[in-house]
Design a protein around this ligand. Structure first.
Ligand SMILES: Cc1ncc(COP(=O)(O)O)c(C=O)c1O
Length: 389
């Protein structure tokens, strides 16, 4: 079968290979410590599940408006206003089956072949892979050593072909965050040079040490040039429900909606009802989950930095750490495979996260404290057995 040539552009997920080995080992009866997961280890709160079940029982099972239920878009607009003080019209909101689909629609709607998109690196791979898939050219710009934004590097990367800068704070895979001042600097550049900003703020409820994430929409001058990406997966432990959203200027939302009309039609109707309950119902779950992540984050960073030669910046957001293990490891894929086969611990190789990722691993702390501490113990054993310092 001859596939379309564009398929050669799209690589498989960088983590799938390792997971397949892990699953095979589990089938053979081995116990694996999973620290590669990109989703909360908490269950969806029960009031949200009840709302979905109620919707099903009431027969709420038909297509909805392609952009999403008006009452859900209105609740999203209110949530965005709470966070950014930006008044958003429901026509500037589109609900999608997951934030990932919002990213896909937005990039397809905005990029021309050859357009350059500046992406900080290490980066969540979807951004660069989908930019390439649309014919655009990702331009990876390294983050600073502590995973903060390097404004100078971004300035240097901007040229007449730059159509967009993608920001992701709190960040996957580093857990690093972008401060208000740093964001403002990018907004100023965007206004001066006339490019879009896509700001993926899906982890903004999960921040630590008193850090509060500034939303791109809190800058008046960014409102006409920004696409905010968000969703329910991380804040409400709803990864499998597939529901997310974007807030963007009306023309962009309309263009994204045309793509959605012709691909998925809409997000699942009863899932939209559940998402509405997530926004309108009690919010204490988020704080409880955040506190538990914080406890694990501190323990994990401490344990990693106690390994001689390992450097792990303290992340202020999300549920990942991204330690530098380059004193021992030059090829993160080989290391991760050995870690899995010899020690039964699954993490993600830094190489999967672009140019800035090699020599690192991503460890998720969306796992029990016991698994985290045992996992680090085994990582330490393997690193020390390799020498290299
Ligand atoms: C930065 C970032 N954005 C978006 C997503 C996807 O979210 P969703 O489950 O809503 O598609 C992820 C998932 O890992 C992510 O890490």
């Amino acid at each position: 079968m001859r596939l379309a040539s564009r398929m050669s552009i799209l690589p498989p997920s960088g983590t799938i290979g390792m997971l397949e080995i892990a699953r095979r080992m589990e089938k053979e009866g081995k116990t694996i410590i999973h620290l590669e997961v990109g989703e909360p280890d908490f269950d969806t709160p029960s009031h949200i599940k009840t709302a979905a079940m109620r919707a099903l029982e009431e027969g709420f099972v038909k297509y909805t408006e392609s952009k999403g239920l008006p009452e859900l878009r209105s609740a999203i607009a209110s949530r965005v206003k709470e966070k950014s003080s930006c008044s958003v019209d429901v026509d500037e909101v589109i609900v999608t089956p997951g934030a990932k689909h919002a990213i896909f629609c937005a990039l397809l709607a905005l990029l021309e072949p050859g357009d350059e998109v500046v992406i900080t690196s290490p980066t969540w791979p979807t951004y660069k892979d989908i930019v390439r898939f649309t014919g655009g050219a990702p331009r990876e710009v390294p983050l600073s050593q502590d995973y903060s934004l390097d404004e100078e590097a971004i300035k240097e990367a901007i040229c007449e072909k730059t159509r967009m800068v993608i920001l992701n704070s709190p960040n996957n895979p580093t857990g690093g965050v972008i401060s208000r001042e740093e964001m403002k600097a990018v907004v100023d550049l965007a206004v001066d040079h006339g490019f879009y900003i896509m700001s993926d703020e899906i982890y903004d409820d999960l921040t630590y040490d008193g850090f509060k994430q500034t939303s791109i929409l809190s800058f008046e001058e960014a409102r006409d040039i920004s696409v905010l990406i968000h969703g329910f997966s991380k804040s409400y432990a709803m990864t499998g429900w597939r529901i997310g959203y974007a807030v963007a200027p009306r023309e962009v939302v309309n263009a994204m909606s045309k793509i959605q009309q012709n691909t998925t039609t809409c997000a699942a109707s009863f899932v939209q009802k559940a998402a509405l309950e997530a926004l309108r119902g009690p919010q204490d779950f988020i704080e409880e989950m955040r506190r538990e992540y914080d406890r694990r984050r501190r323990a994990l960073v401490k344990a990693l930095n106690e390994i001689d030669g390992v450097h792990c910046p303290t992340p202020k957001g999300a549920f990942y750490v991204f330690p530098d293990i380059s004193a021992y490891v030059k090829d993160s894929e080989t290391f991760v495979e050995r870690l899995l086969k010899e020690k039964g611990v699954c993490v993600t190789p830094g190489k999967a996260f672009g140019l800035g990722g090699e020599g690192h691993i991503r460890i998720s702390y969306a796992a029990s404290m016991e698994s985290i501490l045992e996992g680090v113990k085994r990582i330490r054993e393997l690193l020390l057995s390799m020498g290299g310092r």
